[in-house]
Ligand binder design. Structure first.
Ligand SMILES: Cc1cc2nc3c(=O)[nH]c(=O)nc-3n(C[C@H](O)[C@H](O)[C@H](O)COP(=O)(O)OP(=O)(O)OC[C@H]3O[C@@H](n4cnc5c(N)ncnc54)[C@H](O)[C@@H]3O)c2cc1C
Length: 416
């Protein structure tokens, strides 16, 4: 039976980064997934490493927005009415944590992770030789009205002072010069200059995986459901035979709750699903930077495969039937803004963002078990925070002084 120091369950971007950081610290690590690496949520996200993402996406608190969302016709959010009874406890807590004062407190804790997101990825990109998978130069929020533009400009000034987030302000003319193929209907843009982006999020994750394997790490196929305590360690069945490990890290993204429940934890997790579709840019058209059409509620950016259009949050059960209505609503608006040619995928891709109601990820030692750690619940920012989480978990596992205080992210905050 193969014996390892640590098994990392889940080979999304979070699990891969955890495994790589542990292997770098001289541990014998096995990374396990039931599929290939980064084939689920980490496959098709929008690719942003969001240095500006200090305020995790909250639940709206103004009446107008609630009414719009209630009608279920917006582009940025959609819900399955049949799922609401099951989602209600989560949504209630999410609403509670999104109250302005509480949200500001959450942002202060969240920003301690976010502030390292670019530097931690840059370090892994350099040592993995993953340059070809990333682009620098940031991304832009674009505005249809001066009112929204000026409101966001003022918000950005605050984030610069409070969190060191850098930006440039573009009026309509500057934006037209920067992005000549966008229709001249915009009032300006907010350019976040620090973020970097993956041109192919799975490609970036696979580069990190290759580095992990080059350092001696093993990637195996198996089902996390076979995990069992064995003395002070763990055992599992894999396609390559039984496996034992001194410690285990759960990095199962949107499936984490299935397995933590089996271990006796009742964590309030839910998902926000999202879709993508790729398009060819028509003729000579070129989009230099990704853009979020703030008032319409969709995101569009250049990737290796074409222009990737991604959608906002769909509140539904993780495995419910796919309903890419937001994509259908966004596409004609995006086509009016930028000359998109034909769709490049047969079907929309769907992923499920693993969410907690207080918008903070769950990172750190499992409260009820020895030699078990958690690394999930990264919601809209799993790519952004993958490298930071990888380092933090590895430091906790091997007993180094953590570079970020892990206290706010502990599962113990849910007390169950
Ligand atoms: C439309 C969309 C756009 C997004 N854009 C961005 C963005 O621009 N920037 C950003 O930072 N984040 C973005 N995100 C969020 C980001 O994609 C996620 O937070 C991140 O991918 C989560 O990574 P993970 O490793 O936790 O989960 P996953 O990538 O889902 O990995 C979990 C792994 O667990 C495995 N697994 C599940 N069950 C088992 C089992 N029983 N046994 C073994 N293995 C199992 C799965 O196969 C999977 O590989 C976006 C998400 C969506 C949907």
């Amino acid at each position: 039976m193969a014996r390892h120091d640590i098994v990392v369950l889940g080979a999304g971007i979070v699990g891969i980064c955890v495994a790589l950081h542990l292997q770098k610290r001289g541990r014998a690590v096995v990374l396990l997934d039931r599929r290939g690496a980064a084939e689920e949520t980490s496959f098709g996200n929008a690719g942003l490493i969001q240095r500006e993402g200090v305020f995790p996406y909250g639940f709206p608190h103004d009446f107008g927005a609630l009414l719009r969302y209630g009608l279920n016709r917006t582009i940025d959010a959609h819900y399955h009415p049949s799922a609401l009874p099951r989602l209600a406890p989560f949504l209630w807590q999410y609403w509670h944590h999104s109250r302005p004062a509480r949200h500001a407190e959450v942002a202060r804790q969240y920003s301690k992770l976010i502030e390292h997101c670019v530097t931690e990825h840059e370090a892994l990109i350099a040592e993995s030789g993953a340059e070809a998978h990333v682009a620098r130069g940031g991304w832009m929020k674009i505005f249809r009205t001066e009112r929204e533009r000026d409101r966001r400009f003022a918000e950005a000034e605050g984030w610069k002072m409070d969190f060191g987030v850098e930006h440039r302000k573009l009026d309509a003319k500057m934006l037209q010069e920067a992005e000549p193929f966008l229709a001249p209907v915009l009032a300006g843009a907010l350019h976040w200059t620090q973020p970097i982006r993956a041109l192919d999020p799975q490609g970036l994750a696979l580069s990190y995986l290759k580095r992990f394997e080059a350092l001696g790490g093993r990637f195996v196929q198996g089902n996390a459901a076979t995990l069992q305590a064995e003395g002070e360690g763990w055992k599992l069945r894999t396609a390559q035979g039984p496996l034992e490990a001194g410690g285990a890290v759960v990095a199962l993204g949107p499936w984490a709750d299935v397995h933590t429940r089996a271990l006796g934890y009742d964590l309030p997790l839910a998902v926000k699903r999202g879709y993508h579709m790729h398009y060819r840019a028509a003729g000579e058209a070129k989009l230099n930077l990704p853009v979020l059409d703030v008032e319409r509620g969709y995101f569009m950016g250049p990737t290796r495969r074409g222009i990737r259009l991604t959608t906002g949050a769909e509140f539904a059960l993780r495995d419910a039937i796919r309903t890419p209505v937001q994509l259908g609503r966004a596409e004609p608006i995006a086509r009016d803004l930028f000359p998109l040619a034909e769709r490049l995928d047969n079907e929309p891709w769907m992923g499920a963002r693993p969410c907690t109601p207080d918008m903070l990820p769950i990172i750190g030692a499992a409260p009820k078990h020895k030699n078990l750690w958690f690394a999930f619940g990264h919601a809209h920012h799993g790519l952004t925070l993958g490298a930071v989480t990888g380092r933090l978990v590895a430091e906790l596992v091997v007993g180094e002084t953590p570079f970020v205080d892990p206290g706010p992210y502990s599962a113990a905050r849910f007390g169950r």
